[in-house]
Write a protein that binds this ligand. Sequence first.
Ligand code: C5P
Length: 209
Amino acid sequence: MIVAVDGPTASGKGTIARALGAHFGLPVLDTGLLYRAVGYQTQLDHGDPDDADDALAACDFPDSLFDDPALRYESTGSLASRVSIHPAVRRALFQRQVDFANQPGGAVLDGRDIGTVIAPHADAKLFVTATPEERARRRHAEMLGRGVGVTYDAVLADIYARDARDTGRVDAPLRRAADALLLDNTALDRDAGIAAAIAFVEGKVGKRG
Ligand code: C5P
């Protein structure tokens, strides 16, 4: 079975995707990492993330880049959101995601356009969200916990900027697929969000795992 998990930045979709993978025994692809790798490789190449040719050239990044901790930095997330606007970049990363989704036995993928573009035929689709303020609060607390000095206001401003880019782009904008469950976890803690997601997928495909 294929499970698509989409949603805006810091919504908790990655946590939910990993929990679904563990529960149903499915491999998980965090597709944001692909865009992060392209954004970071563009920077390593001294390219301009807003230039389609520079960003496309960076799609040849080596797989070893996935091990680089810099991929997780906030600044890399912003680079990713800039390179992901270019249709040529999205095309270059398309097949890799489709192949992962369609592997025998199925998979869980999380991103922005999984239920709409990469796996419109997914067996279960979730759109995970929370208010920008709650997402900023959680992201800020997590960053402080990692010793990253940043203000709440700066995190909130970044979330607004990322949301605007991700929902406003022409090619594969962030939006809920018509048949996706809207999982608003503003008022849910981690375990409650995961439980709701598992219950939804089980309801869709029957109990497995
Ligand atoms: O999910 P994550 O924050 O790691 O994604 C980084 C950026 O990559 C997003 O802000 C978005 O612009 C882009 N992205 C995308 N399509 C995906 C996954 C991520 O455009 N499927």
